[in-house]
Ligand binder design. Structure first.
Ligand SMILES: C[S@@+](CC[C@H](N)C(=O)[O-])C[C@H]1O[C@@H](n2cnc3c(N)ncnc32)[C@H](O)[C@@H]1O
Length: 132
């Protein structure tokens, strides 16, 4: 049995783990970004089925780009956000997001995707893409 022990902790019965953080964890960082001027585009790389990107969008940004390499999860996210003109959903490898021009994102959300990439070269490629 998996038992949630409050924010960020999961007890499997054998061991306790920190889980991926919630929006509340990133809120202080968003506040400093919003202080520089509201709006802009949020990019969630390797979004999976996570609500994090959408929650960040609701902090006062204009639009959201959800990307994942998995066509299955992207189909689900397309269906979930169909009808919301603020949300664009694309199948993309986070190491090569060619559909996005330089400077397209004002905030990049990554929750667990950098960890999922094997090897420093792949991680470096992802970070380079996120930074451009
Ligand atoms: C640990 S999951 C995290 C999912 C989501 N961000 C969350 O917080 O639940 C890692 C995600 O990265 C995606 N992923 C793995 N390699 C990728 C790549 N090269 N480009 C884009 N997404 C990738 C997987 O399909 C998966 O959805």
């Amino acid at each position: 049995m998996i038992d949630m022990q409050g924010e960020g902790m999961v007890n499997t019965g054998h061991q306790s783990f920190f889980t991926y953080r919630t929006r509340e964890f990133v809120a202080p960082y968003l506040e400093s970004i919003m202080a520089r001027g509201a709006g802009g585009t949020v990019l969630d790389v390797g979004c999976g089925g996570s609500a994090m990107g959408f929650e960040v969008l609701q902090e006062g940004f204009f639009d959201l780009v959800l990307t994942d390499v998995s066509t299955e999860i992207i189909d689900i996210m397309r269906e979930r956000f169909a009808g919301d003109a603020r949300v664009r959903v694309e199948v993309a490898d986070c190491r090569q997001m060619t559909f996005l021009p330089d400077g397209a994102a004002d905030v990049v959300v990554d929750k667990g995707t950098l960890d999922a990439l094997s090897g420093d070269d792949h991680k470096r490629d992802m970070l380079r893409e996120c930074a451009r």
